[in-house]
Design a protein around this ligand. Structure first.
Ligand code: DOR
Ligand code: ZN
Length: 353
């Protein structure tokens, strides 16, 4: 029997969906992403949200200023779509050279989404201009309202909102962010419009049972919530298929420990400290480590029409234990798989993209 490979060198990857927060929190988490990823799409759900190109430019400056010395990393900015986003703002985004897309949060769907879109009809002019100017729409694809079961929110959103939107705008490039269901995978595969999807490490590695194993596991609570095993299997199949429409987006979403371990905890899994290693684990479990590179380093860049990175990163088969907690602003944060041993470890990266 041949022994398993002990190193894996791939083109430096990008993270196509990331929350970096701001201020001291930003400074605490940025290095984890920059060590592995050359670029990341930075989500705009700050308080207040990043709704204009001017605000995005200032946020980008703060991110660059927070980058640890010696690291290179390019933040790709997004605007937070609201009921009142104007076509002129879309024009400014298209002309900016640093805004990579516009993010649609249905109002009330998730963390800091109260300023989100109350009805897609209100954004008709913005969508039209995005289609014309070829600005990517990134979608948090969950229906809202207490009448919709949390496990059905993605499929209901696709049926009621996303499918009609894509039919109205066949030229609009859309990313169904953090796809979590078989229905979502099938929708992307069906090929309506120009729809791609990002997949998180937690949705590849866990089903909803993991949230309740031996007790309640708040650090695995995210939105969209972890789904059934058959959904996870569909996500893994999509990720390893070599289909260019599926790519890496961690949705790493840091919240301080106290905000997760409480009676009404925040949604978000902080995967950045071990992100690439966790994807390697998922691909290895599926027997397709050879497909990790296209998923992590090619497909997203090609979809966003950005050059693939030149640099390389190396993963080594070397057991290591994810820290139980890490500093986060003035407090602490619990990373995904805290205290667990992972088989793959990234050799110190952080070099040139
Ligand atoms: O779990 C999540 N956390 N899902 C989101 O959509 C937002 C994110 C956050 O910002 O914390
Ligand atoms: Zn997110």
């Amino acid at each position: 029997m041949s022994s398993p490979v002990s190193t894996l060198t791939i083109t430096r990857p990008d993270d196509w969906h990331l929350h970096l927060r701001d201020g001291a929190e930003l400074a605490s988490v940025l290095g984890y992403t920059a060590r592995a990823f050359a670029r990341a799409i930075v989500m705009p759900n700050l308080r207040p949200p990043v709704t204009t190109v001017k605000q995005a430019a200032r946020y980008r400056d703060r991110i660059r200023a927070a980058l640890p010395a010696g690291m290179s990393f390019e933040p790709l900015m997004t605007l937070y779509l609201t009921d009142t986003t104007s076509p002129a703002e879309i024009d400014r985004a298209a002309a900016s050279g640093f805004v990579a897309g516009v993010k649609l949060y249905p109002a009330g769907a998730t963390t800091h989404s109260d300023a989100g879109v109350t009805s897609l009809a209100r954004c008709a002019a913005a969508f039209e201009r995005m289609e014309e100017r070829d600005v990517v729409l990134q979608v948090h694809g969950e229906a809202t309202g207490d009448d919709v079961d949390p496990y059905d929110r993605e499929s209901v959103f696709i049926e009621r909102e996303l499918a009609p939107l894509v039919a109205r705008h066949p030229g609009l490039r859309v990313v169904l962010e953090h796809v979590t269901t078989r229905a979502g995978v099938e929708f992307v595969r069906a090929g309506a419009g120009k729809v791609a999807a990002t997949i998180t490490p937690q949705h590849l590695l866990y089903n909803r049972g993991a949230m309740f194993r031996g007790g309640l596991r708040p650090h695995l609570y995210c939105l969209p919530i972890l789904k059934r095993e058959r959904d996870r299997e569909a996500l893994v199949a999509a990720a390893i298929a070599g289909d260019p429409r599926f790519f890496l987006g961690t949705d790493s979403a840091p919240h301080e420990r106290y905000a997760k371990e409480t009676a009404c905890g925040c949604a978000g899994v902080f995967s950045a400290p071990a992100a690439l290693e966790l994807y390697a684990r998922a691909f290895e479990e599926a027997g397709r480590l050879d497909r990790l590179e296209s998923f992590s380093s090619f497909n997203g860049a090609d979809f966003y029409r950005l050059p693939r990175n030149q640099g390389r990163v190396t993963l080594e088969r070397r057991a290591w234990t994810v820290p139980e907690s890490l500093p986060f602003g003035a407090g602490e944060i619990v990373p995904m798989c805290a205290g667990e041993t992972l088989a793959w470890q990234l050799r110190d990266a952080g070099g040139a993209p």
